[in-house]
Design a protein around this ligand. Structure first.
Ligand code: PPS
Length: 285
């Protein structure tokens, strides 16, 4: 374990983790975790729609019944792969996990093709804005001194889980090793019902029309923000002002990036993503 350049972070095998949440001994064990055929692992870079996918999968595996999403914190329903689990508590949906881990740190059995992987990507400009507000909201990460400095740290991979570019490029280049579904936050915003249907097809699940409509309702930003369990309302480590589920929109970057910052980001994006084989909605804007 080495100290990362930012307060509240440490490095493990070249990746930045949160001192308050992760521990190096546990991280070292992850490569030996046994992943089963029935396991479903959601992979995201931070602030890309993890909580949203946790909500969708939790409802899907409880047959659309909202009781669980209203009574348990998101993280208790669909836990993190890289965060130690309290074994004294019942694990409600043992085959569901989420992770922000880079490809190189995941379990060997997952790399061998056990389980299913759902990767959710989001426009990195919106990811940066969401993470910036998050770092201003929580007390366990460094409060950015300015958005300019924060953006440079984001681009150069000095924040949690390091570089957005490395994360997506690396995962996507290995996608054929997995039973793999690639979704974007923007597509989920555009057509939530269609996205849930895609997830059902991928997981071999069938939901009747009424249950599907109920899921769309329960997974809307409005419903999730109103749900204290999904919005982490009674959890410590936050400043009084703000909300975990903040705005939930596409294109919020336009409210924070200056023209110069946007142009600088676009130049770097084009260079880093020039060989990326997938065309994103935001690429054409
Ligand atoms: S984390 O901390 O990495 O797990 O965060 P993550 O859940 O990946 O991302 C948080 C952002 O996702 C937004 N969100 C949603 N948007 C639209 N609809 C729904 N249902 C939804 N649920 C979560 C959340 O508001 C964060 O984005 P911002 O832009 O900050 O609002």
């Amino acid at each position: 374990m080495t100290t990362a350049s930012k307060i509240g972070l440490f490095q493990f095998k070249g990746c930045n983790f949160i001192t308050n949440i992760h521990n190096p001994e546990y991280l070292a064990e992850i490569c030996h975790f046994e992943i089963k055929e029935s396991d479903v692992i959601t992979v995201t870079y931070p602030k890309s729609g993890t909580t949203w996918m946790q909500q969708i999968l939790c409802l899907l595996y409880s047959n659309g019944d909202p009781a669980l999403v209203q009574s348990k914190l998101t993280v208790e329903r669909v836990p993190w792969m890289e965060v130690p689990i309290d074994n004294s508590k019942d694990i409600l949906l043992p085959h569901l996990r989420v992770t922000h881990l880079p490809y190189r740190l995941i379990p060997k059995t997952l790399k061998k093709g056990n389980g299913k992987v759902i990767y959710v990507a989001r426009n990195p400009k919106d990811v940066a804005v969401s993470l910036y507000h998050f770092q201003n909201y929580v007390t366990f990460l460094e409060t950015p001194s300015s958005f300019q400095e924060f953006l440079e740290d984001f681009i150069d991979g000095r924040l949690i889980y390091c570089s957005w570019f490395d994360h997506i490029i690396d995962w996507y280049s290995h996608k054929d090793e997995f039973d793999f579904l690639f979704l974007t936050y923007e597509d989920m915003k555009k057509d939530l019902k269609g996205s849930i249907q895609k997830i059902c097809d991928f997981l071999g699940k069938k939901l009747d029309e009424d249950k599907l409509d109920l899921m769309v309702e329960e997974c809307s930003f409005k419903a999730m923000r109103k749900n204290p369990k999904a919005n982490y309302e009674h959890v410590e480590g936050k400043h009084p002002k703000g909300s975990f589920l903040r705005k939930g929109i596409v294109g919020d970057w336009k409210n924070l990036f200056t023209v110069a910052q946007s142009e600088m980001f676009d130049r770097i994006y084009q260079e880093r993503m020039k060989d990326f084989p997938f065309k994103f909605i935001w690429d054409s804007k």
